[in-house]
Design a protein around this ligand. Structure first.
Ligand code: HEC
Length: 166
């Protein structure tokens, strides 16, 4: 009588697969929270961001972040306390509550035809460009893991429930 060959069962709770390596975990572990925890080393300012913008963002969001009909909405429109609430279009300047999560979003999702393709320096630079164009930081402000969490977004107060409109 023949016995079927027994498969070797690897250790572990499921009996298959292997533990993820440290590098594999690091490649996925890219979240940045509102406090700035998770921001990587690197830096960039609006001037370098302009090159990134022209090469990798303008085609869908417009040369000046004004949006392209049928492709995407505007990203640039500075905060105006007199503007009616809710603002339209909703932009980085008039709606986005944290500069840190803007970094997270761009790094994980943009450009939407090649997400994850930007270096940390490119993301810092293009975020600096977006913040500058929305009149939140100066043209030469350098964004990095220290400076980005210190940026006060003008629309932050719009996310706190209050009786008076902000
Ligand atoms: C292939 C088209 C495409 C390209 C290229 C692209 N985006 Fe986008 N982007 C979109 C679409 C579509 C959305 C989601 C719809 C929207 O918010 O307009 C979006 C949304 C965004 C948002 C969130 C808008 C919001 O407030 O919800 C940001 C920020 C952004 N893109 C930044 C960038 C940056 C920076 C680049 C260049 C590195 C870039 N995008 C390149 C198509 C694109």
């Amino acid at each position: 009588m023949q016995t079927a060959p027994q498969p070797t069962i690897p250790p572990g709770p499921f009996g298959f697969g292997r533990d993820a390596t440290e590098d594999e975990i690091l490649a996925w572990d890219i979240d940045v929270d509102p406090s700035g925890a998770g921001l990587p080393p690197g830096s960039g300012a609006a001037a370098e961001g302009d090159q990134v913008w022209r090469a990798k963002c303008a085609v869908c969001h417009g040369r000046n972040g004004e949006g392209v009909a049928g492709l995407s909405g505007a990203l640039v429109m500075p905060y105006d306390p007199e503007a009616p609430w809710p603002p339209f279009p909703r932009t980085v300047g008039n709606y986005w509550p944290y500069a840190t999560t803007l970094f997270d979003y761009v790094r994980r999702a943009m450009p939407s035809n090649a997400p994850g393709s930007l270096s940390a320096n490119e993301v810092y630079a293009v975020v600096a460009w977006l913040l500058h164009r929305n009149e939140i930081v100066a043209a030469d402000a350098v964004m990095d893991a220290q400076s980005l969490p210190e940026v006060e977004m003008p629309a932050r107060g719009r996310f706190v429930q209050s009786k008076e409109a902000p």
